[in-house]
Design a protein around this ligand. Structure first.
Ligand SMILES: [Zn+2]
Length: 133
């Protein structure tokens, strides 16, 4: 198998295996940049966040529809009041879920930042050591 012709951040020749006709490995090939970004940003978590928002707009539509039906006399006022109450509970539950998810996401980002700082400070020490020698 061909070796990647890319150059690593440290200036050395990349030892990765070329994955396509560009002669570059998975990390260096621009063709895989999108897939790489997707997996690096942990898109799964962000994709999961979209759902509660969709649910909220769904519920909003139902509430609006319910209000219209009440005004048009299609729905009994008592039933509409109970249905509206239940929909409000559902919205509250979704909001609580969203907050929990946000905290979870922030915790993840904090952990990523902490790892980044640790990695950077580690690299800095290596550089300083080689200068001293
Ligand atoms: Zn490479």
């Amino acid at each position: 198998m061909a070796t990647c012709r890319g150059i690593t951040r440290s200036g050395e020749r990349c030892r990765g295996v070329a994955v396509d006709s560009t002669g570059l490995c998975y990390s260096h090939s621009p063709r895989h940049a999108d897939a790489r970004r997707r997996s690096a940003s942990k898109g799964g978590r962000r994709g999961g966040r979209g759902r509660p928002v969709v649910n909220l707009s769904n519920l909003k539509q139902r509430l609006e529809g319910l209000a219209e039906d009440v005004i048009a006399g299609k729905v009994d006022r008592g039933n509409a009041a109970v249905a509206g109450q239940l929909l409000n509970y559902a919205i509250g539950a979704i909001r609580a879920g969203l907050r929990a998810k946000e905290v979870e996401e922030l915790e993840g980002q904090l952990e990523e930042l902490r790892e980044m700082v640790e990695r950077d400070s580690g690299r800095g020490e290596v550089r300083r050591a080689s200068w001293g020698a």
